[in-house]
Design a protein around this ligand. Structure first.
Ligand code: SF4
Ligand code: SF4
Ligand code: FES
Length: 282
């Protein structure tokens, strides 16, 4: 299935659909189900009565209360992940009518505004399925470990006030810090492939989110103590040079993280770092 991106025209289309949403309509929810890791998947459909302004999670809750398919079979409640229910944790991310979205903030009206419409739900394809719409995002967090995406502090004692930072750097860092590790950018990226075997993770493409976080912490006055290690990792296999510049990532990021700008900035940093290493002889 082709992913749709949050272009201006897509946003207008979603808004127009919201405006024509019909109260008390019945839609078909077509859901990709899977019993567990490595098991085959299958589609099941459910008829559900919905009202305007309901989110996709409320649809899944209605199915859980009465999991009877359109052909009359009693099934099991659909499994999905969630934490915050307010587009902060990223856990509920799934593919909704071909668009990778958070199911807590996605309104049914945007994709199925009329009576008889179909809403299709699938798990993200770049992460192993745990069950139904719930995926294992461990590799996403492993990528953050690869670039030491934290500020190194080796004491719990008070270290006093941190270093000051200028307003421009603070603004840049703030935009990147909005990342919620949802995985949308990885789902949309043609360079980021499903690698269920963890032994492949260190050499496979690290992903736009981790490159942006490396920039975030390299710009931090204390975080930059690990700058060289981060750039070393991004110089290696699966690093920044594996990005094909397709720019899908930035189009689907729900938080507007400046991903392509960050990839370009980190790419320049990696080049300067490798030249400096060459002249240092290490
Ligand atoms: S710009 Fe790079 S990271 Fe973003 S989608 Fe394209 S290949 Fe992936
Ligand atoms: S950069 Fe955006 S799309 Fe990627 S993980 Fe962070 S919030 Fe999600
Ligand atoms: S439940 Fe946290 S983003 Fe949806």
């Amino acid at each position: 299935m082709t992913l749709a991106y949050a272009h201006e025209s897509t946003l207008e289309w979603r808004k127009a659909n919201r405006a024509k949403a019909v109260a008390g309509r019945t839609i078909t929810a077509k859901i990709k189900r899977c019993e567990g890791p490595g098991k085959p998947s299958r589609w099941e459909s459910f008829k559900v009565e919905v009202a305007p302004n309901e989110n996709v999670i409320s649809l899944l809750q209605k199915i859980a209360a009465n999991p009877v398919t359109t052909d009359g079979k009693t099934s099991t409640p659909v499994v999905w992940d969630s934490g915050c229910l307010e587009e902060v944790c990223g856990a509920c991310t799934m593919v909704i009518n071909g668009s990778v979205r958070q199911s807590c903030s996605c309104l049914i009206d945007e994709y199925a505004p009329r009576d008889g419409d179909t809403l299709t739900l699938e798990p993200m394809s770049k992460f192993p399925v745990i069950r139904d719409l719930w995926v294992d995002r461990a590799r996403l967090f492993h990528s953050l470990k690869r670039v030491n995406a934290w500020v190194p502090i080796d004491s719990t004692a008070s270290l006093g006030a941190g270093p000051r930072e200028d307003q421009d750097t603070q603004s840049t860092r703030y935009a990147i810090s909005e990342c919620m590790s949802c995985g949308c950018c990885l789902e949309a990226c043609p360079q980021f492939m499903l690698e269920p075997d963890a032994s492949e993770w260190d050499s496979a493409f690290i992903g736009a989110h981790a490159i942006a976080q490396a920039r975030l912490f390299n710009l931090h006055e204390t975080g930059k103590n690990l700058k060289d290690q981060r750039l070393d990792e991004l110089m290696g296999p699966g690093g920044v040079s594996d990005c094909g510049n397709a720019q899908n990532c930035v189009k689907v990021c729900p938080k507007g993280v400046p991903l392509t700008e960050s990839i370009a900035a980190v790419g320049r940093g990696v080049v300067l770092h490798s030249i400096a290493k060459f002249f240092r002889g290490k």
